[in-house]
Design a protein around this ligand. Structure first.
Ligand code: FNR
Length: 182
């Protein structure tokens, strides 16, 4: 089974994006293993720290290095992806020439209560993927407008059309990772 490093761009305990990640994990049960590196303990990016690298950064890079693919689950903050994600990406992309993302298949999804469901934030993030060395899955896309109780506490998607939509995305991602992962 392929392992996916899932980078969730929110620390909020009730994060809609974490809910989305968990729902996708459930829909991929038995087909993909999701691991969730702890982005919250990673310090602000600082070149000086490479001489005595914090364990949180080593753990982040190792989790991605050891995964077959990466999934970015991003909130939209001011029409771009979250600073938490930007910081984790900066660390994992360094040192120069040793990006943990290099040649990894990857995809971007996201959710927000807003009508465009993180579309603007995802556009920015997708533009970054080739720079990082990620081989992006272009289609299908997930721009999900979160509604109350759309995803329940057991990570079930409660609206059948939305569940089918997310399941199609999972099917495509499984096939993409199988085809592209080294
Ligand atoms: C937001 N939010 C937001 N939503 C959106 O659809 N487009 C946007 O540009 C923004 N901008 C924005 C900026 C900042 C600083 C914050 C804190 C929030 C609202 C955002 O979608 C909402 O807080 C989500 O709940 C964040 O995702 P999580 O934490 O639920 O995963």
């Amino acid at each position: 089974m392929k392992t996916i490093a899932v980078l969730v761009g929110s620390l909020r305990s009730g994060s809609f994006n974490l809910k989305l990640a968990k729902a996708l994990e459930k829909l991929a049960e038995g087909r993909l293993k999701f691991v969730y590196p702890d982005l919250g303990s990673v310090p602000h990016y600082n070149d000086d720290l490479w001489s005595d690298l914090p364990a949180s950064v080593t753990a982040l890079k190792s989790a991605i290095d050891e995964s077959d693919a990466v999934l970015f689950v991003t909130p939209e903050y001011n029409r771009t992806y979250s600073p938490l994600l930007a910081n984790a990406i900066a660390w994992a992309s360094r040192p120069y020439g040793k990006s943990s993302f290099m040649h990894k298949p990857g995809a971007v999804v996201g959710t927000s209560p807003g009508a465009i469901g993180t579309a603007a934030g995802q556009v920015d993030l997708r533009g970054l993927l080739p720079v990082l060395g990620v081989i992006p899955m272009g289609q299908p896309e997930v721009y999900l407008q979160m509604k109350p109780d759309l995803i329940d506490d057991a990570s079930n998607v409660t609206v059948p059309d939305t569940e089918a939509f997310l399941k199609r995305w999972v099917d495509a991602f499984v096939a993409f990772v199988d085809r592209v992962a080294l």
